[in-house]
Ligand binder design. Structure first.
Ligand SMILES: Nc1ncnc2c1ncn2[C@@H]1O[C@H](COP(=O)(O)OP(=O)(O)O)[C@@H](O)[C@H]1O
Ligand SMILES: [Mg+2]
Length: 258
């Protein structure tokens, strides 16, 4: 579904955020990317939908080159890739339902969205997406009135409403408390399993990565230094990925005990 071939990103200023990365992700896999801050996790995720252009190599989604996509092709490709953000990125002054409907804008005439009028199909799709993250009763509540965990579930529903083939989540639980982090990770896991959507999640906490990562990719200074099953990623593996000994900040459960 996603394949990187000798992919590199060097930012202006000379930082090598990805170095010659080759990686194949089959359809339906749930991947967790781990690495220290600055390791290149966000760059890797953003390269998949063309938000960050490669400076070398290629990345393909469902057989199509992101690197070579024209403006229109890139828009079509992005419509198939749902994004979930650390800070949720909702429009807070409007309803949950409107936020989710925005996930369907690529299929809706722009003037309908201005009028707040959507086809009935879109409404049904949006409500079903809200049902999947068990928050349908909040459909008519303003996004600003939700807790962080609820907002993130709306963010997931918005991505789902897009009917994506791929879901990308960049540190989706970094702003949440430990119990809520598990709720959100379980939502992502359930969606991955039930809908078979290829899912890539950037995480920092090693216990979460181990628990939810069907496959873990370890990044260190732009290089893949580990690629294996979650259950095979022991503490030594994480020490290698992080290039240092582990601390309480690396474990979500430790945060829970504070
Ligand atoms: N827009 C940018 N311009 C210049 N350097 C950047 C930019 N974005 C990220 N970087 C640098 O690239 C490296 C990888 O960043 P990033 O992909 O955000 O890592 P992570 O998500 O793992 O923290 C870091 O050294 C970061 O400072
Ligand atoms: Mg990042």
């Amino acid at each position: 579904m996603i394949s990187f071939k000798n992919a590199s990103v060097t930012y202006p200023g000379g930082v090598h955020a990805l170095r010659d990365v080759t990686l194949d992700i089959p359809p339906g896999q749930m991947i967790v990317i781990v690495g220290l801050s600055g390791a290149g996790k966000s760059t890797l995720i953003r390269a998949i939908n063309g938000l960050v252009p490669l400076t070398g190599g290629d990345v393909r989604v469902d057989g199509r080159s992101v690197t070579q996509a024209s403006g229109r092709q890139l828009r079509e490709l992005r419509a198939e890739v749902g994004m979930i953000f650390q800070t949720f990125n909702l429009v807070k002054r409007t309803t949950v339902l409107n936020n989710v409907l925005m996930g369907r804008m690529h299929g809706t005439a722009w003037w309908r969205t201005l009028l707040g009028r959507y086809p009935a199909d879109d409404l049904e799709y949006a409500m079903r997406a809200l049902e999947r993250v068990e928050i349908v009763e909040k459909a008519y509540v303003r996004a600003s009135n939700l807790s962080g965990g609820q907002q993130q579930r709306v963010g997931i529903a918005r991505a789902l409403a897009q009917e994506p083939k791929v879901l990308l989540a960049d540190e989706p639980v970094a702003s949440l408390d430990p119990p809520t982090s598990h709720v959100v990770m379980r939502d992502l896991q359930r969606i991955n399993r039930e809908l078979g959507i290829t899912t890539i999640v950037n995480l920092h906490f090693l216990d979460l990565a181990r628990q939810y990562g069907e496959r873990i990719i370890g990044l260190r200074e732009g290089d893949i230094v580990f690629d294996g099953r979650g259950e095979d990623a022991d503490e030594q593996v994480f020490r290698d990925i992080y290039g240092r000994s582990l601390t309480a900040d690396d474990v979500l459960e430790a945060k829970a005990e504070l």
